[in-house]
Design a protein around this ligand. Structure first.
Ligand SMILES: Cc1ncc(C[n+]2csc(CCOP(=O)(O)OP(=O)(O)O)c2C)c(N)n1
Length: 658
């Protein structure tokens, strides 16, 4: 493969630009403390440039924390990069993201705080490309340290199984912070790991831009032709420390000196001079040019103003939630189960919008964990009803990447108890992507989660855990209690441009209800008063709504008039309906199937005490799962999940108070 001289010169110019930029960061860091933890890529320029020189403008790269080189080589603006690192308004994310920056206009995907977290997201971008048939290629950079993370495995395996247009580039610089490769894996070449996924793996000299370019070109071509992913390991070295400064004392002196001699910029310069491709005069001119470019970026960045403090509170969701009118009167109705209601919502949205697709385990033959999606495979086929390996972190991250490119994935988590395995992808990646982009990135993902006890599924298949999800800014959390709401809220969720976690109580799946024949949606952030009353307000969620209603009927016979409120969505939470009710009744009981400790019941109780305490006639009561796992045996399980008798007793207790 022959590379044209202009191309070689352009590659050299880019490497020089990166080196010059990194040197200026080091100088600026003396004055600007925000730069003190920038991980420099001095010594690794040949990898970024060799790889990105093969990409089209509309291709994508997923960068690392040592990513200035990736950014610059992909054509990202130096000004936007430096201003972002300095936390300025003029940065690519207006100072919201800092080190975790992105610029989708340039095909530069976001970085996330947990090492390797970007790999599933990049893989999802590649899936969107495949589904949209747009033929771009994604390159996902990562360090050898990142290749020890679980999501590395899940992401590459998914890309291999689905033959995605992606190239994984491992920058093996021998250290993860201070931990050497030798002490963290029993193989010399990370590329060997490719064989575990049935994809090609190559190792190249990452200090030689031409070697990188030539080998990666095979991988890019392979991806572009739709033949699937490859893994390329570039052996390289950090000529600086983990951040700024020199190598730490964990680096053997002889080793460092050996690698200094391999300096990729200096050696490429000598080679170009030797071959007469570059002259001393050109070299001087190039240096001046890149210095000027860097100086202009520095000037722009340090003169860029700080963002206004109030900007901190903006950009979490696309827009403030607006209440849309709910259809109440329906001409024709039909009776469906909760499960059918969910299936109908998804089917209708999939028929209407080609971007909607499903991912999850056992969708094709079982219709998911509880058979909710049975028969959808028949209608929509394997591309849109996508069976996944058991890789929750992987496919949740893939959903984020796919959504970033305009797809509208719906993923299924079989049991809420499994949320832990994909929590980084949910709480850091999915929840924060819009905010990190300063509100610019739409992220229409729905995560359906089966939850709840009462079926003797045992401690790790019975939890609700929705309170946990309300803790993370950037997620909407939905807890329907009826088939009508399940369908209407799910349709709203699928059309929402922000991530929605949709909790489905397992006991409710078989519950029947009348729903309209015609199309309808249910808005987020609007509670429903399930039963009106004047003596006590009960706020209950999901299955607990039914227990509360049944308790209320019995209490009525004893002369206690109970109002039951179902918030339906916890984020956004309709505070007004609850507050108005308590103003009227002066009494509050919250009934919740999640844990009592730091649960949503505490949140609702605190809200009432903070906002309308003067209306309270009695103490506020909470019924929720005590600080104990949910046991398997039915009599034990009954002890921890609130039951009707307890609700009745608690209401009577506060009625006795006043
Ligand atoms: C999940 C997680 N664990 C630990 C860290 C702290 N950390 C930041 S960078 C880094 C080293 C990463 O090494 P590698 O992937 O090889 O990339 P390199 O820094 O060598 O470029 C570590 C441990 C983190 N950010 N995320």
């Amino acid at each position: 493969m022959k590379i044209k001289h202009e191309k070689l010169l352009e590659m050299y110019r880019k490497m020089l630009l990166i080196r010059c930029f990194e040197e200026s960061i080091e100088k600026l860091a003396e004055k600007y403390r925000l730069l003190a933890y920038r991980s420099l890529c001095v010594g690794q320029e040949a990898v970024a440039v060799g790889v990105c020189s093969l990409l089209r403008n509309d291709d994508y790269v997923s960068i690392t924390h040592r990513g200035d080189g990736h950014w610059i080589a992909k054509g990202g603006s130096l000004k936007l990069l430096l201003a972002e690192l300095l936390g300025r308004k003029g940065g690519s994310c207006s100072g919201k993201a800092g080190l975790y920056l992105s610029d989708l206009n340039k095909g530069i995907l976001p970085l996330y705080g947990c090492v390797a977290a970007q790999l599933p997201v990049a893989t999802g971008v590649a899936l969107a490309i495949k589904l949209k048939k747009t033929n771009q290629v994604v390159v996902s950079f990562f360090g050898e340290g990142a290749s020890n993370q679980g999501v590395f495995h899940e992401a590459i395996n998914l890309a291999s199984v689905w033959k995605l247009l992606i190239v994984y580039i491992c920058e093996n610089n021998l250290y993860a912070l201070t931990t050497s490769q030798a002490s963290s894996m029993n193989i010399k070449n990370v590329s060997k790991r490719a064989s575990a996924y049935g994809i090609p793996g190559w190792t190249v000299d990452g200090m030689d831009v031409v070697d990188v370019y030539k080998t990666v070109s095979k991988a890019v071509e392979r991806a572009r032709k739709g033949k699937g992913p490859s893994l390329i390991e570039c052996k390289t070295y950090r000529l600086k420390g983990a951040f700024l400064g020199g190598p730490g004392d964990y680096v053997p002196k002889e080793e460092y000196e050996k690698w200094v001699k391999k300096d990729p910029v200096e050696n490429f310069r000598k080679r170009l001079l030797r071959k007469g491709i570059l002259s001393e005069v050109d070299e001087l001119r190039l240096r001046k040019e890149v210095e000027k470019e860097v100086n202009e970026a520095v000037k722009y960045a340090i003169n860029s103003p700080w963002p206004q403090p109030e900007e901190a509170l903006k950009g979490k969701f696309k827009e403030e939630v607006k209440f849309t009118e709910e259809i109440v009167e329906h001409e024709k109705t039909k009776k469906v189960t909760f499960s059918q209601a969910i299936s109908e919502a998804i089917k209708e949205e999939m028929r209407k919008d080609q971007h909607v697709f499903l991912m999850g385990e056992d969708l094709r033959f079982l219709g998911g964990g509880f058979g909710v999606l049975k028969n959808l495979f028949k209608e929509f086929g394997p591309e849109r009803v996508r069976d996944t390996p058991i890789s929750e972190a992987g496919f949740v991250g893939v959903a984020v990447g796919a959504a970033m490119l305009g797809m509208r994935p719906i993923v299924e988590i079989m049991f809420a108890d499994f949320l832990g395995v994909c929590m980084d992808q949910i709480s850091n990646v999915m929840a924060m992507t819009r905010y990190l982009s300063n509100g610019k990135t739409d992220l229409p993902v729905v995560v359906r989660v089966a939850m709840g006890g009462g079926m003797s599924f045992g401690p790790q298949h019975s939890q609700c855990l929705y309170s946990w999800l309300t803790h993370f800014p950037g997620l909407k959390v939905v807890v329907p209690s009826t088939p009508f709401d399940a369908k209407g809220l799910l349709k709203t969720a699928i059309r929402d441009d922000d991530p929605v976690i949709f909790f489905e109580h397992k006991i409710l799946y078989s519950m029947k209800d009348v729903i309209p024949e015609e199309e309808y949606t249910v808005p987020f952030g609007k509670a429903v008063v399930r039963r009106e009353g004047n003596d006590v307000t009960i706020v209950a969620t999901a299955y607990m709504v039914h227990k509360a209603l049944s308790a209320a009927e019995k209490l009525e016979k004893e002369g206690v008039n109970v109002e039951v409120i179902d918030p339906r969505t916890l984020i956004p939470l309709d505070k007004e309906t609850t507050l108005n009710s308590v103003k009227k009744t002066g009494r509050l009981v919250v009934v919740d199937e999640d844990y009592k400790n730091s649960g949503i019941s505490a949140e609702i109780a605190a809200l009432v005490v903070e906002e309308v305490q003067k209306y309270l006639k009695t103490s506020v009561k909470r019924l929720a799962v005590p600080d104990i796992p949910i046991p398997y045996s039915p009599p034990l399980e009954k002890t921890v999940i609130p039951i009707e008798e307890e609700i009745i007793e608690t209401v009577k207790e506060i009625m006795r108070e006043n």
